[in-house]
Design a protein around this ligand. Structure first.
Ligand code: NAD
Length: 482
């Protein structure tokens, strides 16, 4: 195994004990920049999943009985420890995910912020009391921990998508079983010693990477003790899990795929819009559910915008994410790169113009260059599918109605972006966008304090903000005569 991988656990974490998978299976973790195996991680069986469930069950009563302040203090300490350890955690992430170290550092900070935010939200589990309108009863409403939560996370933000679920679950008093993506299990395993040092009791968080996500998660959902399923990943897998959750009526929280439009109005500050587009497109090499998938530019400013964006994209340094100055690391896998390249070749075959990039570089590593396509027709696959890579797709529009119609022409409704210097236009158009989140003159919407989530097939529920806490709480109403 390479020297540059920092010390990180590679076993399952169940009930505070590190152990191998009972079937003796392992998962090879690959460095996408070199294609070398950097670690072998234990793979959980269905039985290991149930051991994790038993551990979570054993820990539940005590954790739920802790005061909210106590639970918040553990999260607050975990936040500090993560920030102190940011460099090591970022390195682990870059080695298993491929993204540039600069992207990994930003993610660790973002991920830790969920612990800080939910340390504060833990003490804001607020109920209400009201008079019944027609009887002498009082209506007393309070919120209880929902129960054991199964958390399934993707590879693109291997730490933040975990802490965005773990933070509110722990604040609410719920123990969890985390199933990280097989491509990137190390980032989640690396969090366990931090949570332990922060004072988390054994069994409250259990981490079970597995080569068999379908059977392991499915079997957990067959146990009535599981009351919440929080999933971040593709819409297809989300749909499968919703069906599985239906069997025992498990409360689902689904953060699924996106197809974000990025609208540039004729009165936008073009330089600011280019800055925003670079963020919205290139954060995480475009491997983000919030990534600008379709950049829609008013025809009057299209060429000026396209030229500036192309120059910026072409100037980005691509290479091993660990190397200094690299902005564009490797995509997570060979399959991910093939998908991205297929979108580009399809668009070109259908008449798009290639402004930069578009060619797979020789040598090892799953690299794909920053690419800009203009004149992309509506029939191109990249207009409808999630590109999930460093490819900026530009279309032009004649007026606002056309922009909104194009933007809303998707079954995904996660994020939209809009640039205009006219606040009235910005807010009016924002309201017409059928998306859960809008970045108005901002290329980034993610914020631990804000309710993150989508409409239509982009998901159910919200993560972050106060709403994220509510996903792990059950509301109970007590009718009282006093
Ligand atoms: P994926 O759906 O393939 O995998 C996500 C997770 O689900 C992984 O842990 C995987 O092992 C697990 N999984 C796969 N099949 C399963 C099954 N049958 N049962 C249970 N678990 C299963 O997605 P991915 O490729 O890892 O991630 C990319 C997708 O995630 C994109 O579509 C992206 O838009 C989406 N995403 C959404 C958000 C959001 O907040 N909306 C955030 C990040 C990523």
């Amino acid at each position: 195994m390479p020297q540059d991988l920092p010390d990180v656990p590679t076993q399952l974490s169940i009930g505070g004990v590190w152990r191998d998978g009972s079937a003796g299976e392992t998962i090879d973790v690959i460095d996408p920049a070199t294609e070398a195996v950097i670690a072998r991680v234990a793979s959980a069986s269905v039985g290991d999943g149930h051991a994790a469930l038993d551990a979570a069950d054993a820990a539940f009563a005590d954790w739920a009985a802790r005061t909210p302040r106590d639970r918040g203090e553990v999260l607050r300490k975990a936040f500090t420890l993560m920030i102190d350890d940011r460099e090591r955690l970022a390195r682990i992430m870059t080695l298993e995910n491929g993204k540039a170290l600069s992207d990994s550092r930003v993610e660790i900070t973002y991920a830790a912020e969920f612990f800080r935010w939910y340390a504060e939200e833990a003490v804001r589990n607020i109920g209400e009391v009201m008079h019944s309108p027609t009887t002498d009863a009082r209506i007393l409403v309070h919120h209880k921990p929902a129960g054991i939560a199964v958390l399934v996370t993707p590879w693109n933000f291997p730490t933040a998508m975990g802490t965005r679920k773990i933070g509110p679950a722990l604040a609410a008093g719920c123990p969890v079983i985390v199933k990280p993506a097989s491509e990137t299990p190390l980032s989640m395993l690396a969090l366990m010693p931090i949570l332990e040092e922060a004072g988390l009791p054994p069994g409250v968080v259990n981490v079970i990477p597995t080569r068999h996500p379908g059977p392991v998660v499915d079997s957990l959902l067959d146990d009535m003790r599981v009351r919440v399923l929080s999933f971040t990943g593709s819409t297809g897998v989300g749909r499968t899990l919703l069906k599985a959750a239906a069997r025992n009526i498990v409360n689902p929280s689904m953060e699924l795929g996106g197809n974000a439009p990025f609208i540039v109005c004729h009165d936008a500050d073009i330089d600011a819009a280019v800055d925003g587009a670079m963020l919205a497109k290139m954060r995480n090499i475009g491997e983000a559910c919030t990534a600008a998938n379709r950049i829609l530019v008013d025809a009057r400013v299209h060429d000026a915008f396209a030229n500036k964006l192309t120059d910026r994209m072409a100037a980005l340094a691509m290479g091993n994410g660990l190397d200094k100055g690299v902005a564009v690391g490797a995509l997570v896998s060979s399959r991910a790169r093939e998908t991205v390249h297929a979108f580009v070749t399809d668009a070109l075959a259908k008449g798009a113009t290639l402004r930069t990039g578009g060619t797979i570089p020789p040598g090892s590593g799953f690299f794909y260059p920053p690419t800009v396509l203009t004149d992309v027709p509506d029939t191109a696959d990249c207009i409808h599918g999630e590109i999930f890579g460093p490819v900026a797709v530009l279309q032009s529009f004649a007026d606002e109605d056309e922009a909104i119609a194009k933007a809303n022409a998707t079954d995904q409704g996660l994020t939209a972006y809009l640039y205009t210097q006219d606040l009235k236009r910005g807010l009016t158009l924002s309201e017409r966008l059928a998306f859960g989140m809008v970045g108005l003159n901002r290329g980034i919407v993610s914020d631990p304090a804000a309710p993150f989530g989508g409409v239509k097939q982009s998901g159910i529920g919200r993560e972050g903000g106060h709403e994220g806490l509510m996903e792990f709480l059950e509301t109970q109403y007590i009718a009282v005569s006093w």
